[in-house]
Design a protein around this ligand. Structure first.
Ligand SMILES: NC(=O)c1ccc[n+]([C@@H]2O[C@H](COP(=O)([O-])OP(=O)(O)OC[C@H]3O[C@@H](n4cnc5c(N)ncnc54)[C@H](OP(=O)(O)O)[C@@H]3O)[C@@H](O)[C@H]2O)c1
Length: 297
């Protein structure tokens, strides 16, 4: 029983990919895996394969300890509750408290790069969750996921269309990771390669600036694209005009300003150490999109 692996947020994009990697890449038997999600009906296919699928909602703390009972290793995937400051941290604290009450053997948490020195407004959620884990006394590991390469895809189409990729990231660089590589790393870590007490920086294989990203887009799609560096206000206006919710646009721009300030400039070999395999470069993710068909403008 103690070797049960539990994944929270299991119907999210990362959660689903983690479970696929547990089953295929790590060869974990479905009977050892529990998938926790707010909507178990979404994971009927996993249940049919023998994965235990349970209802789990960080907003319903009273039911969580029971759901975690008997769990050996738990992957706590951060939620997307950014609508109200403090809400996500309260959710994560409740999950950590439930893991403690259930006597979970080891908790892994998906954090972000350098949450202790960040201009990103929601960094406090990750910092607070890391702290809650330390204070819980539970054996735990932190997976500090770099920004996904897929975050760039939202703007790839318009950038190719206009030949311009606008940004507030200036000359800053970061090492975006394919979501699937972050999932592969989380699955390997959960299945056993993560050591308690360690922080892993889950980065892509190369530090890239927006000039590099624009150039890769141009090269892969065969069209010239140049990065256009803007101040925060102008960039925020462009994103709002493009239809981004007004509470998301400033968060996205703050991430770019964080890159500009050098606070995301982290490159690590931890993915290879956890998985035995190098993560994919951004050009490969762009090429996969190109090969799947033209991006929407
Ligand atoms: N590194 C990056 O660039 C980046 C980008 C976007 C997001 N993130 C973070 O990484 C997480 C996973 O990314 P993703 O791409 O899989 O995002 P996603 O597809 O938007 O998934 C959202 C996740 O939040 C979970 N969730 C929401 N409310 C919850 C609640 N009340 N209780 C428990 N879980 C809840 C969902 O679980 P269920 O629906 O299964 O309940 C799901 O796993 C996100 O939630 C966010 O914290 C990171």
């Amino acid at each position: 029983m103690h070797d049960t692996l539990f994944v929270t947020g299991a119907s999210g994009q990362l959660g689903q990919a983690v479970i696929q990697h547990l089953l295929t890449t790590e060869g974990v038997s479905p009977a050892r895996i529990t998938a926790g999600t707010r909507d178990p009906a979404k994971l009927a296919d996993l249940a049919a394969r023998g994965v235990r699928v349970v209802a789990l909602d960080f907003d319903q703390p009273e039911a969580m300890a029971q759901a975690f009972a008997g769990t050996g290793r738990l992957l706590l995937i951060s939620t997307d509750a950014l609508d109200r400051p403090g809400r996500r941290l309260a959710q994560h604290r409740a999950a950590v408290a439930a893991a403690r009450a259930a006597g979970v053997g080891h908790v892994l948490y998906t954090s972000m790069p350098n949450p202790d020195d960040s201009l990103v407004p929601f960094a406090v959620d990750h910092l607070g969750t890391e702290r809650a884990l330390r204070e819980s006394g539970l054996p735990h590991s932190i997976l500090r996921n770099a920004w996904y390469q897929e975050n760039l895809l939202m703007e790839l189409g318009p950038a190719l269309e206009r030949g311009q990729w606008t940004t507030a990231a200036g000359e800053g660089r970061y090492a975006p990771i394919a979501r699937d590589d972050a999932a592969r790393a989380a699955a390997a870590a959960l299945a056993g390669t993560a050591e308690a007490g360690r922080i892993y920086n889950i980065t892509g294989p190369e530090l890239l600036g927006m000039d590099d990203i624009a150039a890769w887009a141009g090269q892969v799609f065969g069209r010239p694209v140049a990065a256009v560096k803007l101040d925060e206000a102008t960039r925020t206006g462009i994103l709002v005009q493009a239809g981004l919710p007004p509470f998301i646009a400033p968060v996205l721009v703050a991430s770019e300003v964080n890159i500009r300030a050098g606070k995301f400039a982290l490159l690590s070999d931890d993915v290879r150490a956890l998985t035995g395999r190098a993560p994919a470069p951004l050009a490969a993710t762009f090429a996969a999109i190109r090969d799947a068909g033209p991006p929407a403008a």
